[in-house]
Design a protein around this ligand. Structure first.
Ligand code: NAP
Length: 297
């Protein structure tokens, strides 16, 4: 492993703005320690007009790589040497690998999203999905669902234009035509006509924990799965309502951890098996640190 610093420590990090709330440094450094790697993972708040220099600094300082979060997942792309096929299609990079000055962009968000479903034996193949929201996270979710051979996707979103742009992207770039915009609420939907409901909006996130992206009267049905990308709180109002009606509920906590572990796999591919075995220990570690991962984060 090439060294970044005089004492041999290799640098890794997170580029975003804001990043102060991020728990990535906490669990990524825990994972690096468990792997016995002499690396340090730090969050960097990058000014919007300095993203090009920040990416260039990865080469100068010999970083092994960084994660990228809001608002730079698209903005970093022109400054990379190459971009892998998944990230290219999604149009967003959340992980950069530095191979001796050559920077490659990857997207591990979509794997982080689909894996918790697969781990529970829930297949997207042949299912009808309802996706709430049309932002950056929704793109990764739709990409993962389409790759997993979902049958049909309905999108609801507050802003029509943004949803229509997402639908257009699915049809034109991903070649998936069984996708449509269903309006700005669930009113026009047949509630029984979706097997998987995914919330990709921040509605219900701390501190607005009393809100939900589906109305109180929405009736869930047996066999449905409700997946909320929010991880703070662990049980959003949406998930609490779903669970109270006997429906499988998944939060965004595992997704967050898995996108990080799959980034580590990109940086240290020879350690893939060891890295992926850390999912349980990382979850346990964070659960035992309520002061670092509390309700107000
Ligand atoms: P984004 O690009 O800003 O998109 C946000 C989406 O939510 C947009 O479609 C927006 O609608 C909608 N929205 C925002 N506020 C709303 C409101 N008050 N009422 C109705 N709709 C609203 O954000 P993003 O990157 O997609 O992230 C969205 C959420 O996913 C965040 O909560 C984030 O924490 C979570 N996330 C979790 C993970 C994970 O690892 N678990 C990863 C990525 C994201 P408009 O189009 O109308 O603006």
């Amino acid at each position: 492993m090439t060294e970044s610093t005089a004492d041999g420590t290799r640098l890794l990090g997170l580029f975003g703005n804001p990043v102060g709330h991020s728990i990535s440094p906490l669990f990524m450094n825990f994972a690096l320690d468990r792997l016995g790697l002499n690396c340090v993972y730090t969050a960097f708040r990058i000014r919007r007009d300095e993203i090009e220099q920040a990416v260039g600094s990865l080469r100068v300082l010999g970083f092994r790589g960084v994660n990228v979060t809001i608002p730079f997942k698209r903005a970093v792309i022109p400054h990379l040497n190459t971009i892998d096929d998944d990230a290219q299609k999604i149009g967003a990079v959340n992980c950069i690998v530095n191979d001796n000055g050559s920077l490659t962009g990857y997207n591990t968000d979509h794997i982080g999203f689909i894996k918790p479903l697969l781990d529970r034996g829930i297949q997207a193949m042949g299912k009808r999905a309802l996706v709430i929201g049309s932002g950056g996270a929704a793109r990764g979710v739709l990409y993962a669902l389409i790759r997993a051979q979902v049958k049909k996707i309905s999108v609801i979103n507050r802003t029509r234009e943004r949803a229509e742009s997402l639908v257009h992207w699915c049809r034109e770039k991903l070649g998936f035509s069984a996708v449509s915009y269903a309006g700005d609420s669930e009113d026009a939907l047949d509630e029984r006509a979706c097997d998987l409901i995914v919330n990709t909006t921040p509605v219900g996130m701390y501190p607005n924990t009393d809100s939900a992206p589906l109305s109180k009267g929405f009736s869930f049905h047996t066999g449905q799965t409700v997946y909320d990308l929010i991880y703070n709180p662990r049980k959003t109002m949406l998930l609490r309502r779903a669970e109270s009606q006997g429906v499988t509920a998944i939060n965004g906590f595992e997704m967050l951890i898995l996108q990080g572990l799959y980034s580590l796999v990109r940086w240290f591919p020879q350690l893939e098996e060891n890295i992926l075995s850390l999912k349980g220990p990382v979850i346990e570690y964070l659960q035992n640190r309520p002061e670092d991962f509390s309700a107000d984060r």
